[in-house]
Design a protein around this ligand. Structure first.
Ligand code: PMT
Length: 402
């Protein structure tokens, strides 16, 4: 995503200590970041750290001749393309909901025309209190974006909803709030992660896919304004903002979910690592080695799983269908054969022989292989950047179809 101007407004909650990490991630993503804090936030986070990470002075007071010198609070409100309020305490939610303007944060929030993203964090009872529920509803109705809070152990000792979302999740929600509309009107169906084919009640055949590639595509498509459905195997990743997620286990379940969603999809990207084979007769119980003779091995009979990509490519119509190929040698030749076999619009060939690309890492090395034989090879990129490159090509194909 292009660099944007993001104002991070930090309030006085214990979770404020996580905010420097959010600032770091936004700056690393190429954004220009400014921070403001409430007076109370200064008990929990150092302005010097925020200034070092953002490279910009940090403001805390509404009226301060020294601070108003460089950029006054209205100019700050006008500068922002997105304002993030975190950790948003119950008090701050109430103040935002009622439109108070008696400190720097609330004044800037009222003056800015930028979208507001709020990441609440508080005691679970405060979060569930009718007053807070009303304030949250009122803010949502006004178009304010929310991320979290998460459930878990809270700083106050209680368990439940009230934890600040991880900085990476807030950064993701920020990208979503800043989305462009280049894929508006499109419905993008993405598959991600591994499938798991049972051998017996406790064992399965699976692979090393973490889901990172497919989740990056889903997140990027949502940021471009598409309706996104993500069919995911068992992975431990948070669902990107604006994405509807369907969890599946086996190739057969993935096929059913994909076929159910296919009619309304205008784009399908199959980034999942689907098992090619599954045990013919999985046991409903744990197979015990004592039931085998001493020294005897266990011979598994496997059968092919349905080839989902080939099946949907046969009924492609106007839809854009993109497949992946995970290869360790003769990457382009193997991907070219796969493209001919599967019949999709293009194949994203990834070389998974390197430890810093392919499975379970944040970067990837890919080539786009086209039916006419053209091959575009990209340098090593983050999976999010690869997702952007894939969607740029899909946008061109959809533009062509329209
Ligand atoms: O999840 P990560 O850790 O981020 O790793 C990303 C990735 C390496 C898994 C991803 O980039 C990738 O390459 N995904 C496809 C892996 C794969 O299964 O490739 P394949 O060459 O076996 O399959 C070719 C294509 O057919 C794929 O689009 C696959 O989704 C599809 N397929 C395969 C088998 C099957 N039964 N049905 C299918 O639809």
């Amino acid at each position: 995503m292009a660099a944007r101007r993001i104002l991070v407004a930090i309030t006085g909650g214990i979770a404020a200590y996580k905010l420097p990490e959010l600032v770091r991630q936004l700056v690393r993503a190429g954004h220009s970041v400014r921070c403001i804090t409430t007076e109370a936030a200064l008990h929990f986070v150092s302005p010097l750290v925020l200034q070092s990470l953002s490279g910009k002075p940090v403001r805390s007071r509404l009226f301060d001749p020294a601070e108003e010198d460089g950029i006054d609070h209205i100019a700050l409100a006008d500068w922002a393309e997105l304002m993030i309020v975190a950790p948003a305490t119950a008090n701050v939610l109430a103040r935002l909901s009622y439109g108070l303007a008696d400190d720097l944060l609330s004044t800037v929030a009222l003056a800015t025309k930028a979208p507001l993203l709020v990441a609440p964090a508080m005691n679970v009872n405060m979060w569930n209190h009718a007053a807070t529920r009303t304030n949250v509803e009122r803010l949502r109705e006004r178009g304010v974006h929310f991320v979290g809070p998460d459930s878990g152990e809270l700083a106050c000792g209680w368990q439940g909803e009230g934890r600040l979302s991880d900085p990476a999740v807030i950064a993701e929600a920020a990208e979503f709030a800043l989305r462009t509309a280049t894929l508006e009107g499109e419905c993008v169906l993405v598959t991600a992660g591994r499938t798991r084919e049972p051998l017996d009640l406790v064992r399965s055949l699976t692979n090393r896919s973490s889901g990172k590639m497919g989740f990056a595509i889903a997140a990027e498509a949502a940021c471009r304004g598409a309706e996104v459905v993500l069919v995911s195997g068992p992975v431990s990743l948070p669902t990107p903002s604006g994405v509807r997620r369907i969890d599946i286990e086996s190739a057969e379940e993935m096929r059913s979910a994909v076929l159910r969603e296919l009619a309304r999809s205008t784009v399908v990207v199959k980034a999942a690592a689907v098992a090619d084979f599954r045990p013919v007769a999985p046991s409903k119980r744990k197979i015990k080695k004592e039931t085998l003779a001493e020294g005897e091995g266990w011979t598994l009979e496997l059968e092919r799983t349905p080839d989902i990509l080939a099946e949907i490519s046969r009924e492609k119509g106007d839809r854009v269908v993109v497949g992946f190929a995970a290869e360790t040698e003769d990457v382009i030749a193997a991907a070219t054969r796969k493209l001919a076999r599967k019949g999709c619009d293009f194949i994203v060939a990834n070389d998974v022989s390197h430890s810093d690309s392919g499975f379970d890492v944040d970067s990837n090395r890919v080539s786009f292989v086209w039916p006419a034989g053209e091959v575009e090879t990209l340098p090593k990129l983050s999976k999010r950047a690869v997702a952007g490159e894939i969607l740029d090509r899909i946008e061109k194909l959809r533009g062509g179809a329209a």
